[in-house]
Design a protein around this ligand. Structure first.
Ligand code: SF4
Length: 820
């Protein structure tokens, strides 16, 4: 919904859904098609229509728009019709047909079972808009057509409606809509008034913050992409949200989507909004949570026959929404209480409520995940949004994960038992897939390229071979065919599975397989690789051995760019976007000239942060045995100083080697030593952090992992943390997957090592060193130990505000620590 003083803008789909949607939340019939799949199917359907109506010209995706005036309000309505059949002779008035297309998952096609009033209402709305644009026509054929996504068979109904009938239908719909959403005008007026009077909520504006806000404002206005490196202390959350809020009355975009990688960062965004509320801002916002965390009945699945919160959802949704929207700052807790009272699905209610808010705080996946993203804002977007990506450095790995898909052999073996007796074809295809896994594994154990034996399109020369791992750029056609057939026969059964079957497990694997197909069909390109990997458990109580097939996305920048460019504006910001060029390539690629960059300097006095660089000790894997004792000597020096220290390592194994030595040499009376463990529980993490709140006569030496839980996102102000020692350059461990990234970026940018190892490692070093100075009065040090730091490619990455000293001997290092 877009808004002016007394005008609203609404998409046709949202308009008719608001008025005519009724009954149950969803069923498996219409719910399995992602935006990309829907688009591809739509193209196929259009060509079928062309064959069926050779006497007509079929035009699809035509844009329509009108403005309806009602009392002192006006409603601007727009949308794209699926298809219009034009007669080859324009005078043939009876031959104009509006076609509304819906695709479903069933094999068969009984129109009465598929029909929903809201679908026909959408067709009628487009028919009316079309007649407004074609004054000579007095009537039109309105066709609602259901296509099976599996068979592409269709059923339909066609009715003929006159101009008068359609006008009456459309005006009544708009009137009903406006009457219901009138309150929204009051909200918008009050919101805009409060925004115009809103002052920046802090007395002083920090250095760089003003520039950040001004660039954010211009990105919003010009529909640009802005990358900002904003060090700790700039006040980046309020710095980006304040101009975003101030922009709302200008209508450059509809909503602000504030996206984070972690739940804790969402709290900072809510806090910044609340600070503005305390300064007089009146605005509605919502923090979205994952479906799993909101669902009151996680053991069942989203099917009206199983879930009382889905059954008749739309019959109770409006009342629940009205109650919910009495609150300005919505979150999962509030939504759950109201949803429970009205017996509606809390997750769906939160999404529906988000349509009436201006600020949506959520996860990266809400905008970028090909399956989870909010179609209502991203795929079917009628209006641009302003996307704010916090701690954006995390998006590099997250975007790769979001666009990758994996299948586990163990899941299919378990699935075979679960579907036993359900359908012979499904069972047959599941057996074929298990056989596929077995054949690949057998060849892989035999140490041959493996893929060509089962995927004839794969060339021996095009297979990367390492222990228990194979990779090829050729997509798996044989696997695709078996998976597709399995899904084809399984999909129609999903909404009527016999009670004796574990419906949730069946659906889970179906969606896993469907996602794999979606990645293959719509996303697999030169940025992908197909891999097979044997997972062998190291210990008895580990997860059992498995065999994993993965469509691994090496670089999702073109996908992110496609989501944003030409549609939305965006700000990607973080304390560590260095080097900026690397992140630009990783976020949106290098082909766009409407990306702006801003590097801000730390607002804190540079002299408060001492940086020592010691390059005489190697931390390379093969040298660690020789250098561990010397590194332990340096860490041990901390036990003779007061204060709290974090010592970061690139891996648990390495940390363990050094930690053992330090602990064996340090008496408990000399220092408190704590250490991060793998798979640390929430209580364990809290107790680790709790040690920094305790002050006694002994220094605290905390061992932790770079890039791990304590490597970023923790705030230890003042004497809670006095310094860090960073052992190594943070390079990711060498693995076949990393080596593939190296090769990919070598071909793309001629500097594979930098993109696959150096830059991701440097991000962790910067994050770890960034734990020390958290406010203007903080004083502390960072000591970097690694032989690579004397090289130019590293020195050029050091932030400008670092006044670092190069230390030439262990004695220099000990003196450096002593002086701090
Ligand atoms: S309440 Fe849970 S099971 Fe029911 S529809 Fe919502 S998410 Fe699905």
């Amino acid at each position: 919904m877009n808004k002016d003083n007394n005008s609203l803008h609404v998409a046709v789909r949202a308009l008719v859904e608001f008025i005519y949607q009724s009954g149950d939340l969803t069923s498996a019939i219409f719910s399995n098609l992602s935006g990309a799949e829907g688009t591809r199917l739509h193209q196929k359907v259009i060509s079928l229509l062309e064959k069926e109506y050779p006497d007509n010209i079929v035009q699809s995706e035509l844009q329509h728009h009108t403005i309806v005036e009602f009392e002192e309000f006006s409603l601007s309505v727009s949308g794209r019709s699926d298809a219009i059949l034009f007669p080859r002779t324009p005078e043939d008035e009876d031959a104009y047909t509006i076609v509304e297309i819906k695709t479903h998952n069933r094999l068969y096609d009984k129109y009465e079972e598929l029909y929903h009033e809201v679908h026909m209402a959408q067709a009628k709305a487009y028919a009316h808009l079309f007649l407004l644009e074609n004054e000579a026509l007095n009537q039109i054929r309105v066709q609602l057509r259901y296509y099976s996504a599996n068979t592409l068979k269709s059923c339909h109904e066609t009715i003929v409606l006159s101009r008068v009938e359609l006008e009456s239908f459309f005006n009544t719909t708009c009137k009903l809509y406006l009457e219901t959403v009138k309150r929204r005008f009051d909200y918008i007026h009050a919101r805009n008034r409060s925004i115009r009077g809103l002052e920046f909520p802090h007395l002083d504006m920090r250095d760089g913050q003003k520039q950040f806000m001004s660039e954010t404002l211009s990105a919003a206005k010009q529909k640009n992409i802005l990358l900002v490196q904003a060090p700790t202390g700039i006040g980046k959350t309020i710095g980006v949200l304040y101009p975003a809020v101030k922009s709302l009355p200008h209508q450059w975009f509809d909503k602000v989507l504030y996206l984070t990688a972690k739940i804790s960062t969402r709290a900072s965004a809510s806090k910044a909004l609340n600070q503005m509320r305390e300064s007089g801002l009146f605005i509605r916002s919502i923090v979205l949570s994952a479906k799993e965390s909101m669902c009151p009945c996680p053991d069942i699945y989203c099917e009206p026959s199983k879930c009382k919160y889905a059954l008749g959802y739309y019959d109770r949704q409006k009342e629940a929404l009205a109650e919910l929207l009495l609150t300005d700052a919505l979150d999962a807790g509030i939504v759950k209480v109201v949803a429970d009272k009205h017996v509606v699905c809390p997750h769906e209610l939160s999404l529906d409520a988000s349509e009436s808010t201006d600020i949506i705080i959520g996860d990266y996946s809400h905008a970028f995940h090909p399956r989870i993203r909010l179609d209502r804002y991203m795929t079917e977007a009628e209006f641009p949004h302003f996307i704010l990506v916090d701690e954006a450095h995390n998006l590099v790995d997250r975007s790769r994960e979001m666009y990758s898909a994996s299948l586990s052999r163990n899941h299919f073996i378990a699935f075979k038992f679960i579907v036993s007796g359900l359908n012979p074809r499904v069972e047959g295809h599941v057996s074929d897939i298990i056989e596929y896994f077995s054949c690949l594994e057998a060849h892989l154990i035999d140490n041959d390229p493996a893929f060509p034996y089962i995927e004839p399109a794969v060339d021996n020369k095009n297979v990367m071979i390492t222990d228990n791992f194979r990779a090829t750029t050729t997509p798996p056609k044989i696997l695709y065919a078996s998976l597709w057939r399995m899904c084809f026969h399984l999909a129609p059964l999903l909404d009527r599975l016999p009670e004796t079957y574990d419906a949730k497990a069946i659906r889970n694997l179906f969606f896993e397989a469907r996602f794999f197909l979606t990645i293959l069909e719509y996303h697999y390109d030169s940025s992908y690789i197909y891999t097979a990997k044997r997972l062998i458990s190291a210990k008895k109580d580990d997860a059992p051995d498995d065999f994993i097939l993965t469509l691994a996305c090496l670089d999702a920048s073109s996908k992110i760019a496609k989501t944003i460019l030409d549609r939305h504006s965006a700000v990607f910001f973080s304390a560590t976007l260095s080097p900026m060029q690397y992140y630009r390539f990783m976020f949106v690629g290098n082909d766009h000239d409407y990306t702006n960059e801003l590097i801000l300097h730390s607002p804190f006095p540079a002299e408060n942060f001492a940086v020592g660089v010691y390059t005489k000790l190697s931390t390379a894997f093969k040298e660690r045995e020789w250098t561990k004792s010397a590194i332990a000597d340096i860490i041990e020096a901390l036990s003779h100083k007061n204060g709290h220290y974090l010592v970061f390592f690139p891996s648990f194994r390495y940390m363990d080697m050094v930690h053992r030595i330090v602990e064996s040499r340090t008496r408990p009376s000399e220092a408190r030593i704590i250490v991060q463990t793998p798979e640390m529980s929430a209580d364990g993490k809290a107790s680790f952090m709790g040690e920094f709140e305790r002050f006694d006569d002994r220094p605290l030496i905390a061992f932790a992992i770079m890039g791990g839980h304590f490597g970023e996102g923790i705030d230890l102000i003042g004497d809670r943390l006095n310094g860090v020692i960073i052992v190594g350059a943070g390079l990711p461990q060498i693995s076949p997957e990393r080596q593939i990234l190296l090769q990919y970026f070598q071909e793309k940018f001629s500097d594979g090592f930098a993109f696959a190892y150096r830059f991701p490692g440097w991000e962790k070093v910067l994050q770890a060193s960034g734990r020390v100075i958290r406010d203007e009065s903080d004083v502390g040090f960072a000591l970097l130990i690694d032989h690579r730091y004397d090289k130019n490619e590293y020195r050029s990455l050091f932030p400008e505000h670092w006044q670092f000293q190069t230390l030439d001997s262990t004695q220099d290092v000990l003196d450096f620590i002593e002086k701090q």
